[in-house]
Each structure stands twice: as C-alpha cells, then as structure tokens.
Design a protein around this ligand. Structure first.
Ligand code: ATP
Ligand code: MG
Length: 567
C-alpha cells in the first residue's frame, strides 16, 4: 500500500501547511498522531482520521503515533484498547514502536500542573461543579472570579498534593488554570485542568486520585511526543487558544500546532461512540461488529475491504465545512475493489426448482466456470450440472412483461456456463397459481453457454445443481436508520433510536449455493453472480455456511434517492 500512496494523494489544506512548514524549515520531519479515547470501538469517522494521520506520515516519510487518550478512568476498558489496535492494523497502518498512552505521562502532566501552581498560574478551586458553571458566565456575559482564585501558592501546592494522595472526596476541589474570567472564549475562563476521581484506571490502577482533563493532557502529550501537526476535528477549534496557552506557559520539549478539519458524517447512520454504545448495550444490534453498524469491525464483518475504506476516505477528502456523505460513495468504493478481487460463485437466494426433462436421470457433468472475468489469473473452476437445478423465482414469469428477457413459457435462456434451456411446462399450486416447479428441455449442442448455429438468447441466468449444492444462511442488510440524519432529526422526536429501521436485517435460510463455497474460509469475500458481493461470516463453517451481503451489484441507493425524489 505504501508504494503508490503518494501518487494518489489529493492535496488538501493540511498538506499545503505541511509543505510550507517543510520549505520554510519550520520542521524537518512530520509527526502526527491518532489519539482515540478507548471508550468504544472505532467507526468509519475514525477511519478518516486514521487515514489522514497515518497517510500524511507515510507520504512525508515521517511518523504517526498511536496514542490512547486514556485520561478518563471511568469509561475506558482494555477491550477497547485491543479492538482499536486491531482495527488500525486491519486498515493497513503500522505505528511500529510508537504506541503510547496519555496515562504514560501522568507524572509529567502532574509536574506541569505543579509548574503552573508555582508560577501563580493555577489554583485549587473549591466551588462545586454547578457553581463553577454559574461563575463562568455566558457568551454575552463575562464570568466572575472564584473566591478561591487568590489562594497562596503554598496553599495550592498543599491542597493539590492532598488531592493527589486521595485525601479529599470527589467534587470537593479541582485544579484550574488562572487565565481570564472575562475572556471572550469560554474555554479560557479558568478551565479545570485536574479533577479528583477515586477510580481504578485500566493501566495505572489506583496510583492516582487526580486525573487531567482532555484540554490539559492533549496538547502537552503532543508536545512530549514531538508531534508537529496535531489534527483534530472542528469542534476543537475553540480549544486551540487554550492548547497554545499551556504550551506558552510551560517548559515543553517541542511546539506542536493544532489544525482542525470537518468530521465525517455518513447518511442513514450515526457516527458517535456514545450513540453506538447505546445500540450495542441496549440490544438494538448484535454487538459492536454487527454488519449494520458503521464501526470498522462491523464493516469488516460485512465484507468491506481495508482498501475500499482507504479509497473512500481519500476520495471524500479533508475540508473545513460540514458535509453528510452519501452511503453510496462508500458502497461504490467497495464495489470497485470487490469487483477486481472477489471470486464469482453461483447461489440462489429464492429458489425455484427446474427439471431438465431431456437430461438423463442418472447423469451429471462438470462444466468450466470463470472465477473472475476481471482477473484471468484467478483461473477457472468446475461446476456440476444435473437434471434438477434451482434458479431464482424472479427469473421466471408466466406472463412476462415487455423487456423481461428471462425464463417464461416457451422461452429460451442461457444457463451461465452451462446450456440453453427452453421452458416446456410447469406445475402450479391449485387455487393460487403459484409456480412450484418448471420443466425445461436443454439443447446439448449449446454446452458452455453458446450455440454453434449462432442462435442468440437475451437472458442469462445463474443456477445451482439441486443434487450438488450446499445450503447457506444468507443475511441481507438495509439501512440502519430510516432517515438520513438521525442525529439532527432526533430533535423532532425524543430519541435518535426512534428512527431505527426495523427491517435492517433479513435472514434467508437454506439458500442453495455452489458446493465450491465450502472451500472458502470464514471472512472470504465473494460475488454471488447477479446477487451482490458477500462475505463469509466469522461464524460460517463448511457445515454451516453463512453469507453476509456487503453490497448489491448496482447502486440501490441512487435508485432509492430517485424514488424518494419522485414520491
Ligand atoms: P465520538 O464522538 O465517536 O466518540 P470522538 O471524537 O470522541 O468520537 P475520539 O476517540 O476522541 O472519538 O477520536 C479520536 C480521533 O478521531 C480524534 O482526533 C477525532 O477528531 C477523530 N474523529 C472522531 N470521529 C470522527 C469523524 N466522524 N470524522 C473525522 N474524525 C473523527
Ligand atoms: Mg472524544
């Protein structure tokens, strides 16, 4: 992946800044970081940040650190740390030795805080959380100074030491930076930098009773790691003056700069760990890797390849304005990659039995099928043919409408890789007229699917031999939500979950599929001819085949949008 990464790279405002910094000699190497908080699984929005940070480091021959922003002991778990590493690696990126934790810096961060106290730039405040909020003022009104703001340096030192040793209950004191209670930017009105939490931390255990806030820890961790370009999403723009203030006031070993870009938003889903966690914990989906979720592990289980996700992130680009990306863009990237790489197999999702009446009962034969017309190197395979086969119900109509070129009474079609067949009869259910079975004759001279007399047929159907097929469970997915922006719409109803699509999962059982499928390992990506791209589920085995549909072959979203536009 590294080889041609740079050629593909589309320029963006961050690259322009980096180019300038390098030309002007401000930096000689580029060091970025991806700083997830281990409080949930990564989603496709994080993939954008991962591709950006690791991608820039690769392109400029620099480094990208993976840093767990684990400053909040309450919501963080080792399970998330492991999943995040797995997902970053799966996406194709490598942090090498550069795996860090903000908790690695707890001592340094604490010492920085003491530096601020000693310089008279931080104080222990004993107002309640509510009072602090009240004193902060609003965008229109300036804040008021805390009565504790004038505590002596010695008193602040002693109190902070006591906080650290766990001598005070949670909420009794906080450490605040002493900046300016009338500052137009609320983040600069004496922000809290340490709070008391008597919680066990996933890495430091019970060693600490005070934990730094994000704003305090983040920029200083960047500085400790020598990060040059600290890229974050736009909601941190207002925090940048504070980010810079800490760097200005403290003896930091390097001077990172923060740049903000717009978050990715994807239609018909939610990209927020807080929301995703609700869907998982309240049982709306079957786990973090439910293929309907936009989590990286969900997309992986669904059958998206790492390359398709990287290409998608590259294409949507990096900008500064809000955008809601259409799911069809992600699906397009998936099709493009899967078309090139996935072997074709035949399988029938909604079977109708066809008996080839002139094919000898005891016979069977092996036909040659192409594994991937896009890639001759993928070779050919054998497909078994016999007197009884299955085709899709929708490929047969008793009263075919105009432009329907598939099977119908008296009509001839091609069976892919096999023969031409002509419908000569059928069995229907008494009363309903439902077609139960179809009778056809085959033309032995059309073996392989072409006629020596040049006779043309318009329809080509996929099929499987009834005697030789396997049965598979097939899972089809639809959008997770019925509205494009459930987060925005949630303001109209009480909760975003009210917009969940009740029919987002359809399970088909006992679908006849080519026996070949049993040879694929769980996780393999294949195309079922005419039916879409599928991935063998992790729980799939040769005895119990399970296929998850990644995407249909054509863009069903565009069609849907059109339908909606016309309705
Ligand atoms: P969430 O709202 O899902 O919890 P977060 O920003 O709180 O996301 P972090 O673990 O703090 O999650 O994110 C790690 C990095 O990923 C941050 O730099 C953040 O800016 C970036 N990131 C998160 N969501 C997106 C998104 N939708 N688009 C782009 N970058 C994102
Ligand atoms: Mg966060």
């Amino acid at each position: 992946m590294t080889d041609n990464h740079k050629d593909k790279a589309v320029s963006n405002f961050i690259r322009t800044i980096i180019d300038q910094d390098l030309t002007q000699g401000k930096h000689s190497t580029v060091i970025t970081r991806f700083p997830p908080e281990p409080n949930g699984y990564l989603h496709i929005g994080h993939a954008k940040s991962i591709c950006l940070n690791f991608g820039l480091a690769l392109d400029y021959g620099g480094h990208c650190n993976l840093r767990f922003d684990d400053t909040n002991p309450i919501k963080e778990e080792a399970e998330y740390v492991a999943s995040i590493q797995e997902d970053v690696q799966w996406l194709g990126f490598d942090w090498g030795e550069r795996l860090y934790y903000a908790s690695d810096y707890f001592q340094e961060l604490h010492d920085f805080a003491v530096c601020l106290i000693d310089a008279g730039k931080a104080y222990v405040c004993s107002l309640s959380q509510e009072e602090i909020r009240e004193f902060r003022g609003t965008l229109k009104e300036p804040g008021r100074e805390s009565p504790y703001r004038r505590r002596s340096i010695q008193e602040n030192r002693d109190l902070f030491a006591g906080m650290r040793r766990g001598e005070f209950p949670e909420g009794s004191h906080v450490l605040r930076a002493k900046i300016d209670m009338t500052h137009p930017n609320l983040n600069m009105r004496d922000p809290v930098i340490y709070r008391i939490l008597h919680a066990e931390h996933h890495r430091t255990g019970n060693a600490w009773h005070v934990y730094p806030t994000y704003d305090f820890a983040h920029g200083l961790s960047d500085a400790l790691e020598g990060v040059t370009h600290s890229l974050c999403s736009l909601e941190f723009e207002d925090h940048r003056p504070l980010y810079d203030w800490f760097l200005d006031e403290l003896p930091v070993p390097s001077r990172p700069r923060q740049y903000e870009f717009a978050r990715m938003n994807l239609g018909y889903t939610v990209l927020s760990k807080r929301k995703l966690i609700q869907l998982v914990q309240e049982g709306y989906v079957q786990g973090w890797d439910d293929p309907r979720l936009p989590t990286i592990c969900g997309l992986r289980r669904r059958g998206f390849s790492p390359a398709s996700i990287r290409n998608f992130c590259e294409r949507i680009g990096v900008g500064k304005s809000f955008s809601l990306v259409d799911m069809s863009m992600l699906e397009h990237a998936a099709r493009e990659d899967l078309n090139r790489h996935s072997p074709r197999v035949m399988g029938v999702l909604d079977p109708l039995r066809v008996v080839i009446v002139n094919y000898p009962k005891a016979d069977e034969e092996s036909l040659e099928a192409v594994n991937n017309p896009e890639d001759p190197e993928m070779g050919v395979r054998e497909v078994l043919f016999s007197r009884e086969i299955y085709i899709e119900k929708e490929d047969f109509r008793t009263d075919p409408p105009r432009k329907y070129f598939r099977l119908a009474p008296g009509r001839e079609v091609r069976l892919r890789y096999a023969y031409y067949i002509t419908c000569v009869g059928m069995v229907t259910e008494q009363g309903t007229g439902k077609v139960l079975e179809v009778y056809c004759r085959y033309d032995p001279k059309t073996r392989g699917g072409s006629s020596p007399d040049g006779r043309k047929v318009k329809g080509t159907l996929h099929w499987v031999s009834a005697d030789h097929c396997r049965r598979a469970e097939v899972r089809l997915y639809d959008r997770l939500f019925v509205t494009a922006d459930p987060t925005a719409d949630a303001k109209k109803r009480s909760d975003f979950k009210e917009y969940l699509n009740e029919n987002s999962l359809e399970v088909l059982r006992d679908c006849p599929v080519e026996a070949e499928l049993a040879a694929f390992e769980a996780g393999s990506r294949i195309q079922l001819e005419r039916k879409g791209y599928f991935c063998l589920d992790y729980d799939s085995s040769p005895d119990k085949l399970i296929l998850n549909r990644t995407v249909t072959l054509r863009d069903s979203w565009a069609k849907l949008e059109k339908k909606l536009a016309h309705s």
